[in-house]
Design a protein around this ligand. Structure first.
Ligand code: FUL
Ligand code: CA
Length: 481
């Protein structure tokens, strides 16, 4: 009798305690949140785009579709050099234009003769998609594909049989060249083209013609981990411009049902996302190292410099987006020497500017804690999987970092623990001048990563004030450079 009473008593205490601990052991997510594959994608941060086709030889940006495969004739092709350069520049993946709007196909597809098989390249025995995908494996980079939906060569473009052709080619690509991490659906549909010799204007309904849900389902069966990029996602959205600029305010949230590929007038929404969006669809910044997407010799003098690439890094990765940097091979089939030099100089700049994290051995104090485990020290452990959380539902918080002595500070970098959703709506950064705090920046979102350039300052202390958030503040890392 007595024992069983005790039993009940202890069981009750235990139940109360464990219920309480499970409540406080970690904060609840704020939806939407990224999938595991999207989370891995965020960590890539920078990767390369390769635009290469008949345009490289005609000097065009958009081939009309009547180009003869005989002009595709790189004189000194070296795919290994492309991928090695990309790897040396610190990029983590390659997305190749397997077919651009002109319709010429870079692998020997059995569904068309308008391909590399009809070209002089390796006497028609070449396969650029295979070469690039294999070089990516060799250098440990991920491989992605671009297959233009718009096809100015095909006679049946605009009719249902074309959609079948497009899907057949996707099946070929995903069967033979995987694993493929990202699939790029271009929203461009300019209208006029060769179209098997009819040379006319053809308009399609961007919302319905391609029947994207079915195509996506088909590809997902072949590659369950695939991430689709388009104006409308579903996994990755266009950033709304091709100048390298993510929004200063950049939500990963957006509502997919307000978008579709090619829809007009959505650029600014794509650029900033929507704080109250229902879905997690992060922005990818696509921009070329040259004025054009394809190589043109006359643009050799206009290759973006290391500093220009650094600025783009700051307005893409530094604003919580990924950077897809286009590096187009030349007529030899190589990345031009100027591009190589600028890429390596850019990598050097990044290494120099982000080499010494002054916050690493600094002392951190935070205004509140969710619990003991989710402490402020998690902010400076160099591990993005550990995080600090402010006390439950605290929508504002301060983090003070004492660098122990006067240091020259240029950049402050912050990361939210986005596995639990994006939260921060506004924040400010202060530096300490010995007697007062001085505001150095006043900004909005953080997201996966935010790097803020502050006026170069000698300071011993840095303070981050989170002034508003959608829910309790959670950050995984703070770095000071
Ligand atoms: C655009 C295309 O029209 C350009 O040629 C290029 O491929 C760029 C990445 O996407 O929509
Ligand atoms: Ca951490």
């Amino acid at each position: 009798m007595k024992t069983s009473k005790y039993h009940v008593f202890f069981a009750l205490i235990f139940a109360i305690l464990s219920c309480k601990t499970s409540q406080i052991s970690s904060p609840k997510p704020v939806f939407p949140i990224p999938t595991a594959d999207q989370l891995a994608w965020h960590e890539l941060e920078t990767y390369a785009f390769i635009h290469f086709t008949t345009n490289t030889f005609t000097g065009k940006e958009w081939g009309y579709g009547d180009e003869s495969p005989s002009i595709f004739n790189p004189t000194d092709m070296d795919v290994d050099q492309w991928v090695k350069t990309i790897k040396d520049a610190g990029l983590k993946a390659v997305i190749l234009t397997c077919k651009h709007h002109d319709g010429f196909v870079l692998w020997p597809s059995k569904f068309t003769n308008h391909s590399v098989a009809a070209s002089p390249y390796k006497n028609g025995k070449g396969d650029v998609v295979k070469e690039v995908s294999e070089a990516c494996k060799k250098y440990g980079l991920k491989f992605g594909v671009y297959l233009s939906p718009w096809d100015r060569n095909r006679a049946d473009y605009g009719s249902p049989s074309y959609v079948e052709y497009y899907r057949n080619q996707l099946k070929e690509l995903f069967a033979a060249y995987g694993p493929i991490f990202e699939m790029w659906f271009d929203g461009a549909n300019g209208g006029d083209g060769f179209y098997g010799g009819t040379k006319e204007m053809r308009k399609i309904n961007g919302k319905t013609f391609y029947d994207w849900p079915k195509t996506i389902e088909l590809v997902r069966e072949l590659e369950p981990k695939i991430l689709f990029f388009s104006d409308a996602g579903p996994e990755i959205r266009w950033v709304g411009n091709e100048r390298g600029l993510a929004g200063k305010t950049n939500w990963n949230n957006i509502s997919r049902d307000t978008l579709y590929a090619g829809k007009a007038g959505i650029e600014s929404l794509l650029n900033t996302g929507n704080e109250n969006g229902k879905d997690w669809v992060p922005a990818e910044v696509d921009v070329s190292i040259r004025p054009g997407w394809f190589y043109h010799a006359e643009e050799d003098v206009k290759v973006k410099t290391a500093q220009q690439l650094f600025d783009i890094y700051m307005t893409s990765v530094g604003r919580g987006s990924n950077l897809l940097l286009n590096i187009p091979p030349d007529k030899r089939g190589q990345i031009h020497e100027i591009d190589v030099a600028n890429l390596i100089a850019w990598k050097k700049l990044l290494n120099e500017r982000f080499s010494e994290n002054l916050a690493k051995n600094a002392s951190v104090s935070v205004s509140s804690n969710f619990n003991k485990k989710l402490a402020g020290t998690n902010l400076t452990d160099g591990n993005t999987k550990t995080y600090w959380a402010a006390s439950q539902n605290s929508k504002n918080a301060t983090i003070e970092i004492d660098l122990n002595k006067l240091k020259t500070v240029n950049f402050v970098e912050m990361q939210e623990y986005i596995a639990l959703g994006q939260r921060v709506k506004s924040f400010a950064i202060d530096t300490w001048n010995g007697s007062n705090w001085k505001e150095a920046a006043n900004e909005t979102t953080i997201g996966y990563k935010r790097i803020i350039k502050i006026t170069t300052t000698q300071t011993q202390k840095i303070r981050i004030r989170i002034t508003d958030a959608k829910a309790g503040v959670i950050l995984s890392e703070v770095k000071v450079w």
